[in-house]
Design a protein around this ligand. Structure first.
Ligand code: NAD
Ligand code: DAU
Length: 352
């Protein structure tokens, strides 16, 4: 089995590449990543020489690269990467705040990029296409009860959410129109090692470790439903092996926290007091509550999350404590230096 993982140098993608090589040592993996500010090959340093792993730097919205890769153009990649059996699309601009500040890249990567991959999958008769989507496409739950099911209408609020919803619609269309075997997964908020310190959990941990302010948007009573990244990987594994063509699967672990409750827990774990807390202006059109009903994937594919939040979050704090150089480099935009050292090429500024 040969799998094209896109965005494999990011948070979830790099955890997934490790997961796959550990769980299925005979599978072959090609990782196509553009290495934006969020992509870091250091995350994959330990498997760089693995005979079943290959990295290709390129963008999912670059038709030429995608087509060449799926056609197996030997001259370009010095080896035949084709035939690919499955495409799993993790590549995305993934941060809501950045999408509010500057939506354009979200359209290019998340929408155009997904369409370019879908077209490649159609043309090269790829057996399965998995779109790693998000619960943000459902918008915001209005009450404290209930959760998003796969039937909840799409109601995206941020440019990021809208771009993910648009991509989901394209995936659906390629299944309906061309009969491509597609699956869409919609997961809740992930946490764990290698998450870029712009998202709530790693930002709070690393700021608190540095005695920097920890910002709470609005009143702090927004709710998120947290899942360990390894459980997300497990769920995608199940979809890869048992997903029914055209089906959508929600992924979550019934683990809701208000932001303020979660941040206070993190401050305790890091040994800092609440004087670091600073309430700031709310995010524009800030979604109030996300909660995922994952009973479909549990019943139909046998998904059971294995990580308890208590242990998972304390291990995550320990990971950031032990990997200060990694997150200091992330914060100062120095991920690119690793690529330059290893591959002898300079990444242009636009990739920050
Ligand atoms: P991330 O920002 O950490 O990583 C994204 C990766 O995609 C990076 O390696 C980046 O270099 C790469 N990339 C960006 N643009 C690209 C392009 N044009 N071509 C090729 N590669 C490109 O994101 P993440 O948190 O790991 O999220 C991965 C996927 O999971 C995304 O699709 C996201 O929407 C989805 N998701 C994330 C969460 C979460 O909580 N983080 C939850 C649900 C779904
Ligand atoms: O639900 C899945 C989504 O979760 C993914 O699709 C996105 O890629 C991922 O970024 C995440 O989106 P959120 O907007 O929920 O994540 P973020 O970590 O940015 O914020 C979590 C909550 O914390 C949110 O209510 C905003 C709030 N927040 C965030 C930051 C960075 C703060 O109060 N302060 C902060 O400094």
């Amino acid at each position: 089995m040969k799998i094209l993982v896109t965005g494999g140098a990011g948070f979830i993608g790099s955890n997934f590449v490790h997961y796959l090589l550990r769980t299925y040592p005979h599978y072959k993996i090609v990782n196509l990543d553009y290495l934006t500010y969020a992509g870091n090959l250091e995350n994959l340093q330990d498997i760089e020489e693995h005979p079943h792993y290959r990295f290709v730097r390129g963008s999912i919205y670059d038709k030429k690269t995608v087509d060449a890769l799926l056609s197996g153009e030997k001259e370009l990649f010095h080896t035949d990467l084709a035939p690919i059996d499955i495409i799993i699309n993790f590549a995305a601009e993934s941060h809501v705040d950045r999408s509010i500040a500057d939506p354009e890249r979200f359209i290019k990567t998340n929408i155009t990029g997904t369409q370019v991959l879908l077209e490649g999958a159609r043309k090269h008769q790829i057996k399965q296409f998995i779109q790693v989507s998000s619960d943000v496409v459902y918008g915001s739950l209005k009450t404290a009860e209930g959760a998003f099911t796969e039937e909840t209408p799409l109601d995206p609020n941020s440019p990021y959410s809208a771009s993910k919803a648009a991509a989901d619609m394209l995936v659906r269309a390629y299944h309906q129109t061309y009969g491509l075997h597609t699956n869409i997964t919609r997961c809740s908020n992930n946490y764990g090692p290698y998450q870029f310190p712009e998202k709530l959990i790693p930002l709070v941990i690393t700021n608190a470790l540095s005695y920097l302010p920890v910002l709470i948007y609005g009143d702090g009573f927004h709710v998120r439903d947290w899942l360990h990244v390894e459980d997300h990987c497990l769920a995608i594994d199940l979809v890869m092996h048992k997903g029914v063509p055209g089906e959508i699967y929600n992924i979550g672990a019934n683990n809701e926290w208000t932001n303020i409750e979660l941040v206070k827990t993190l401050l305790q774990l890091v040994d800092r007091d609440e004087s670091l807390l600073e309430y700031v202006k709310d995010r524009l059109k800030h979604d109030r509550r996300y909660a995922i009903d994952s009973s479909k994937i549990q019943k139909e594919l046998g998904f059971i999350p294995v990580h308890s939040f208590e242990k998972g979050i304390s291990n995550t704090v320990s990971w950031y404590r032990s990997n200060e150089e990694w997150w200091q480099r992330a914060k100062s935009g120095e991920f690119r230096n690793y690529y330059q050292r290893q591959y002898g090429q300079i990444l242009p500024n636009q990739f920050h």
